[in-house]
Design a protein around this ligand. Structure first.
Ligand code: NAD
Length: 351
């Protein structure tokens, strides 16, 4: 199955499914520099095409100016020219860094992604956002630039630790709530049972199509793309207070958004319960308290105040309101202006 994403200025990104070893047919090794981390190279390096390989730090540490500078240095040493290609093989941290480096090297060279985590397959590789962190703030420096191609090999997920897999499911559940219908039911049945390669491919392809559809209609996040922030307003606050994996924070942020929508009378109790059950079945925390417990933090007034204090920094702030994606049903998400003070009070008392 192939999925095409149209970006700004006619830019096109093609997403295909197949084994990583088959990526050799998409790249010219003589003009390619492959970016990965040491662990992924050790586990999956035998499937890499025969081109220079640059290792970057594992996880979020890759998204630093120091890593960027080292990567530019490797591009220079390998003579990466205008007609060259950067191939990122890794999770979202590797692809965010490599995509940013490629889209700024020589004012932009081509790049492609072979995501190795569920989160990178369903989220980070789709949408054209690249970047690095700056002085402790995530993704402060970056570009909107679509990869030329994304090659997804779901077999790579067999080596992913359970915690990282569950984190990816946070974004999958978010996409399922946005789309509803058959995709929501697929995610429910996948969460309940064994996940063979065929189920995984349908799970990933469905998520990619949902995100690609939204991004294709609003690449620069001026309207519909805001729906993709579902679960992220409170989720980001939980992430900075706990350091839990992104999808775990999105899971508890999504459950909290559902409870807020229930309180505001815009979401029914049955849908709120059904979404919360799905989050739980994916192995994710379903409340702020559960996220705090998972992170080993005391869930007292101080912890809740810390969450509330980080909400004003949300990029979706509009004066004294936050523009928040809230579900109104499974398959329907609205962007609502929620007074910051209301949200801060809710965060103090929510489960
Ligand atoms: N650009 C976007 O739109 C976007 C969207 C979502 C997230 N992100 C970014 O993605 C990053 C998180 O990415 P992530 O969750 O993919 O994790 P990650 O890239 O931080 O990787 C996590 C760990 O998993 C290991 N790993 C990766 N693939 C593996 C495999 N197949 N088997 C065994 N181990 C493997 C890595 O070595 C690393 O240690 C964050 O920096 C986040 O900001 C970007």
């Amino acid at each position: 199955m192939d999925i095409t994403i149209m970006g700004l200025g006619g830019a096109v990104s093609r997403i295909s499914f197949g084994r990583l070893a088959g990526i050799a047919e998409l790249v010219d090794p003589a003009r390619t520099v492959l970016v990965t981390d040491r662990l992924i190279r050790r586990i999956h390096g035998s499937s890499f095409p025969p081109c220079p390989v640059v290792e970057v730090a594992r996880g979020e540490a890759a998204k630093s100016l120091a890593s960027l500078e080292a990567l530019y240095g490797a591009f220079m040493e390998n003579g990466l020219a205008r007609d060259g290609l950067v191939l990122a093989v890794g999770g979202g941290a590797v692809s965010d860094l490599a995509g940013f480096a490629a889209s700024t090297w020589l004012r932009g060279v081509g790049f492609g992604f072979a995501p190795t985590t569920l989160l990178a397959m369903v989220d980070a590789s789709v949408g054209g956002k690249n970047g690095v962190d700056f002085r402790g703030t995530k993704n402060l420096v970056g570009t909107f630039s679509q990869p030329g191609f994304v090659r997804i090999d779901v077999e790579l997920l067999s080596t992913l630790p359970d915690l990282e897999f569950a984190s990816g499911m946070g974004e999958v559940v978010k996409h399922a709530v946005i789309a509803g219908g058959a995709y929501y039911e697929l995610v429910e049945s996948a969460a309940a049972g064994a996940k063979g390669a065929d189920t995984l491919e349908r799970l990933v392809a469905g998520s990619v199509e949902i995100k690609a559809g939204v991004v294709g209609r609003d690449e620069r996040e001026s309207g519909e793309r805001r729906k993709l922030n579902l679960g992220h307003t409170v989720g980001h606050a939980i992430e900075s207070a706990t350091g839990l994996p992104h999808g775990h924070c999105v899971g508890s942020g999504l459950a909290t958004a559902c409870r807020l929508a229930l309180r505001r009378g815009t979401l029914g109790a049955a849908d709120c319960d059904r979404i919360t059950r799905l989050i739980e079945r994916c192995g994710l925390p379903t409340s702020i308290a559960a996220a705090a417990a998972l992170a080993g933090k005391a869930d007292g007034a101080g912890f809740r105040a810390l969450l509330g204090a980080s909400l004003p920094a949300d990029k979706k702030r509009l004066g004294s309101d936050l523009l928040m994606a809230l579900p109104s049903a499974i398959g329907s998400v609205a962007i609502e202006a929620v007074p910051l003070s209301d949200l801060q009070s809710f965060v103090m008392e929510a489960p």
